[in-house]
Design a protein around this ligand. Structure first.
Ligand SMILES: [Zn+2]
Length: 215
């Protein structure tokens, strides 16, 4: 039987994603958000809690944004002990009347880049120059995760800040019937299919980012 991890996804026919664009631009100007499409947190700011701000009230299990994922608190409570290095921040709603209010039913969550897992492909990757996140750029390729990268974790964040869970956690979350939540399987493989070293620590292109890793 294939070993898999399940990616937490949102059903697309529901209204998802309402990040405040002015806020995102402001973050970019202040150097608090990576450029070039990464949308993550530049390494020098990693570890600081991120605020996610939406222009409408969130309602789904996951409300994605740049820098961090917005997670409904019951979901966060279910997975938090398995993401010990996660940095937790706040979620805000920028109301139509201009007032910014906290949304207590959500938290923002991200994991430092060195603790994230890479969705591997067959050929092409891009590396963010501000945080060292590696993303596969193969179009339509069926991506996978590597055993050595996952290290038996039951829950892990991907380089693009998506969340992977094992079968047991998948079943637990499915039973919670969180709004919009669905699961997409990624195969776990022992060896990469891209001809590159299995460990990102051994990629020459990543030497600048990964040599400070201490484990
Ligand atoms: Zn980045």
């Amino acid at each position: 039987m294939k070993r898999v991890m399940y990616y937490l996804d949102i059903r697309t026919n529901l209204p998802a994603g309402g990040p405040d664009r002015d806020f995102s631009r402001e973050l970019l100007k202040k150097g608090l958000r990576c450029r070039d499409g990464c949308g993550g947190i530049p390494t020098e700011h990693e570890g600081e809690p991120a605020t996610v701000r939406y222009t409408w009230k969130p309602s789904l299990a996951i409300e994605s944004a740049t820098r961090a994922e917005g997670l409904m608190t019951p979901m966060w409570r279910a997975i938090s002990r398995y993401l010990p290095n996660a940095v937790v921040g706040t979620f805000e709603w920028h109301r139509p009347d201009g007032v910014i209010v906290p949304v207590k039913q959500y938290v923002s969550v991200y994991v430092p880049v060195l603790d994230r897992v890479c969705l591997r492909g067959f050929r092409k990757y891009s590396i963010c120059r501000q945080c060292g996140a590696v993303r596969c750029r193969d179009v339509n390729a069926k991506k996978y995760v590597l055993t050595g990268d996952l290290r038996d974790r039951r829950v892990a964040m991907t380089m693009s800040r998506g969340i992977l869970v094992d079968k047991k956690m998948r079943d637990k979350l499915a039973a919670m019937k969180l709004r919009g939540l669905r699961f997409y399987p990624y195969e776990i493989r022992d060896e990469p299919l891209d001809g590159r070293p299995a460990s990102l620590d051994d990629w020459p292109q990543l030497a600048k980012w990964r040599k400070k890793r201490s484990r």
